[in-house]
Design a protein around this ligand. Structure first.
Ligand SMILES: [Mg+2]
Length: 161
């Protein structure tokens, strides 16, 4: 079984301006590509778990999201990270949809667990909202870190990583 580094997207990977749906609005948080690459070198599979209610609200389309994800993946690869579309999990629903994927529901984490055979107890989640942390805990993720929105995170911040 593999251990994973689960990452929220907005506010952790990219600057959260609110409903970032297009490439021109996407700006990586300082140092995050280094962080992901270093974690991968230490055996963690990077997995993105992101609420994208902007799709359900009609602010941008699922196609926009996928185009942006492909661009993000390409940037990550150019920075030495091994990642593809199968590592990106997103919830497109509105908060009132009652789905089981929107965080704090654990659905996206459980789907990733099934897809990759993840050792959840040995895995980490980095989020910038309590709902990120709650979702991870409900899915059995052993270690969590609540980051400050849009701020640089270093591996040394993750005690016991
Ligand atoms: Mg966030």
């Amino acid at each position: 079984m593999r251990k994973a580094l689960f990452l929220d997207r907005d506010g952790v990977i990219n600057i959260d301006h609110g409903y970032v749906g297009r490439i021109e609005e996407f700006e990586f948080v300082e140092g995050v590509l280094d962080l992901i690459r270093k974690a991968q070198q230490r055996g963690y599979l990077p997995i993105v778990v992101t609420n994208q209610s902007g799709i359900g609200r009609g602010y941008y389309s699922e196609e926009d999201f996928k185009r942006l994800s492909d661009w993000m993946i390409d940037e990550m690869r150019q920075n030495g990270i091994v990642i593809d579309r199968s590592h990106i999990f997103f919830c497109p629903h509105r908060p009132d949809a009652g789905c089981d994927c929107r965080k704090p529901e654990p659905g996206m984490f459980l789907e990733a667990k099934d897809r990759f055979g993840i050792d959840m107890a040995a895995s980490w989640m980095i989020g910038d909202k309590p709902s990120d942390i709650e979702a991870a805990r409900r899915a059995g993720v052993g270690h969590t870190y609540l980051a400050r929105k849009n701020e640089k995170i270093e591996l040394k911040d993750l005690h016991g990583f």
